[in-house]
Design a protein around this ligand. Structure first.
Ligand code: PAF
Length: 290
């Protein structure tokens, strides 16, 4: 009987030394390397980043590290979904070459005392207001991962669009020799952006959450037709509240390059709609280009 072909087991590096040895071997062979940093609990969106990496480089390295530095004490660090075996099987299936999965001690050894802070207009609004600890933690861990792996290219999802801009600025300011590339958001059939945190939603909350992409679709169409920013933001907010979203952290139309606030009147070009809102105990974020 023919057995179904099983993908080869994924190689896993636990230490920076092992990661560097693998990458050095590929470099000696003249190969380009792509890095896809993640916090695990992988879904089709993450796997699309790996696919993109395979198109941009000869070798693709995924990282899984639930980074404590980007969670505030009251946030979901402990509850964040974890499942390395499942993640590793998914990565092997899509042809990822190596998983770097360090523990906290490897990333933040005893006495660790350095943080990277990106003090610019792109880190201040939106998530910078709602989660003031967040970008410092992200910039620090991503700087470390880029220095540890030394990839030619690193790929981040546009789902976390502001994070992508902050990382681009950090890499530029620190002269890190890497190209930072954004990848389009992967969505469910009703438009909800894939996120590891969607796993927290109850079936009822998941059904109600479809109001978020619906409101985004409305906002983009209304702004393209010349609608006023202040009015469109108001309609989006009201429709989210009407659909059962509780706290709305923000509904804001901003410039997609600088994140400067646009409005109150109509927008010309380059605008993006940003939303963060709570469905029950789950914080959902999304952004759509106008
Ligand atoms: O987007 C994420 O999953 C994380 O913020 C990242 C970039 C892997 C840093 O921990």
């Amino acid at each position: 009987m023919n057995m179904p072909a099983r993908p080869p087991k994924l190689k896993v590096a636990r230490t920076v030394a092992d990661l560097r040895a693998a990458v050095a071997g590929w470099r000696t062979a003249g190969e380009r390397v792509a890095l896809v940093p993640t916090m695990g609990a992988l879904h089709a969106g993450h796997l699309s980043l790996i696919e993109m990496g395979k198109g941009l480089a000869d070798r693709t390295v995924a990282t899984i590290f639930v980074n404590p530095a980007q969670f505030a004490p009251h946030e979901d660090f402990d509850a964040y979904p974890r499942g390395e075996d499942r993640d590793a099987a998914l990565l092997a299936d899509v042809g990822c070459d190596l998983l770097f999965a360090p523990n906290a001690r490897e990333m933040y050894p005893e006495g660790f005392a350095t943080t990277v802070s990106v003090a610019t207009g792109v880190s201040e609004p939106l998530e910078g207001v709602s989660r003031p600890h967040f970008f410092g933690g992200v910039a620090t861990v991503v700087a470390k991962l880029l220095i540890q792996a030394g990839p030619d290219v690193a790929i981040f999802g546009e789902k976390d669009y502001q994070q992508l801009l902050v990382i681009k600025r950090m890499a530029r300011d620190l002269d890190l020799p890497v190209e930072i590339v954004g990848a389009p958001t992967t969505r469910e059939s009703d438009g909800l952006a894939l996120s590891s945190r969607n796993a927290y939603l109850t079936p009822e909350e998941r059904a109600a959450a479809r109001a978020l992409p619906a409101a985004m679709r409305y906002a983009v169409a209304a702004l393209r037709e010349g609608g006023e920013v202040v009015a469109v933001e108001g309609v989006v907010m009201a429709s989210l509240v009407g659909a059962g979203f509780g706290k709305i952290d923000y509904v804001e139309v901003r410039d997609g390059a600088t994140l400067e606030r646009l409005g109150p009147g109509p927008v010309s070009s380059g605008a993006r709609v940003f939303v963060a809102a709570w469905m029950g105990g789950t914080r959902l974020i999304d952004n759509w280009a106008v």
